[in-house]
Design a protein around this ligand. Structure first.
Ligand SMILES: Cc1cc2nc3c(=O)[nH]c(=O)nc-3n(C[C@H](O)[C@H](O)[C@H](O)COP(=O)(O)O)c2cc1C
Length: 309
């Protein structure tokens, strides 16, 4: 089944040198091999596996997820089988699909990020690297690389020295000025920006008086975060021409269109896939319907198209 076959609209977009057949791809951590029984991976823009770490990690204390109004909080803690498994199993498995694969990398230090980017960047079939700079650094104080312009610049710059693959910086929204971080990533040499990871949040069970998440705090995702992310995409678009991947709270085609109007060239879908595993393809169909309704032949016309009077 081809989503655009019956309707003559162009859905192709670019993230730098990366050509995508349409703007919809999974958000890291909300996608896995088992989803191929419900959707055809060749219909989405790209494959984005869960962030990989150098060494296997068990992940955080349970419970790791909880529902909140209009969203969920998670603190998975990057549960990971480590890079060896990733190189030997995960990447070879996805090679059967024709769409580009974007590898999401998580690391504890600048050097570890660079080492992993160099290794994964050399693998055939890896089209781009997404750096999860929202993860805590070595200080162990929960402070993420992407919370600080200097460490953002330093990290991207170091990674760009060791790989020719396009590098997408996945920003954290837990900052005062997303524009300062976006600029630092651009100066460091990023080829694209993902706006953004989850928003630090907390929820308490008033009956047990305990946090609903084992790790006390976690990341909020889902519809609750969308207006904040749309605002950030719009702000980032004001200061950089780097292509933006919007991420946070997209549940429908109109949500994805909204992110593109704010300035995103492509959109990632996370929480929606937990609610409805076919969400990415449903969203794509709804985007095509919107384009037909408004006589838009090329989706690129919408990027940054918000009208401010
Ligand atoms: C269960 C879960 C696991 C996640 N794991 C990762 C991860 O490994 N790496 C990453 O960069 N983001 C991770 N995220 C964040 C998502 O990629 C995305 O940025 C966030 O959920 C916002 O999008 P959404 O509202 O569409 O879910 C995770 C999110 C959830 C809900």
């Amino acid at each position: 089944m081809n989503i655009t076959a019956k309707k003559s609209v162009n859905l192709q977009v670019n993230i730098g040198s990366l050509q995508l057949k349409n703007p919809i791809m999974p958000a890291s951590g909300a996608f896995g091999e088992d989803m191929d029984s419900v959707i055809d991976f060749n219909e989405i823009a790209a494959i984005v596996p869960k962030s990989i770490t150098k060494y296997p990690r068990k992940g955080n204390k349970t419970p790791r997820v909880c529902e909140v109004p209009a969203g969920m909080i998670n603190s998975i803690g990057i549960q990971s089988k480590g890079i060896e498994y990733y190189l030997q199993h995960t990447l070879p498995y996805y090679r059967q699909y024709e769409v580009p694969l974007i590898s999401s990398i998580s690391a504890d230090s600048f050097d570890e990020f660079a080492e992993m980017a160099e290794t994964i960047g050399r693998v055939d079939g890896v089209a781009a690297l997404e750096l999860n700079i929202s993860c805590p650094n070595l200080k162990g104080d929960g402070h993420a690389f992407g919370m600080d312009p200097e460490s953002t610049y330093k990290l991207i710059h170091q990674v760009k020295q060791v790989t020719d693959k396009p590098v997408i910086a996945k920003l954290t929204p837990n900052v005062t000025s997303i524009q300062d971080i976006a600029l630092a990533a651009e100066q460091g040499g990023a080829d694209g920006l993902n706006v953004a990871n989850t928003i630090l949040a907390m929820s308490i069970d008033v009956h047990s008086r305990k946090p609903k998440i084992g790790n006390v705090m976690g990341g909020l995702s889902g519809p609750a975060v969308k207006p904040i992310i749309v605002r950030m995409i719009y702000q980032v678009r004001q200061v950089t021409r780097l292509p933006i991947i919007g991420c946070g709270g997209v549940m429908t085609g109109e949500d994805a269109i909204e992110m593109m109007l704010a300035g995103a060239s492509a959109v990632q879908v996370g929480t929606a896939s937990f609610v409805q595993p076919t969400a990415m393809l449903d969203i794509l169909r709804q985007m095509v319907d919107y384009m037909v309704q408004y006589g838009i032949a090329d989706i690129n016309e919408l990027i940054g198209g918000v009208i401010i009077d």
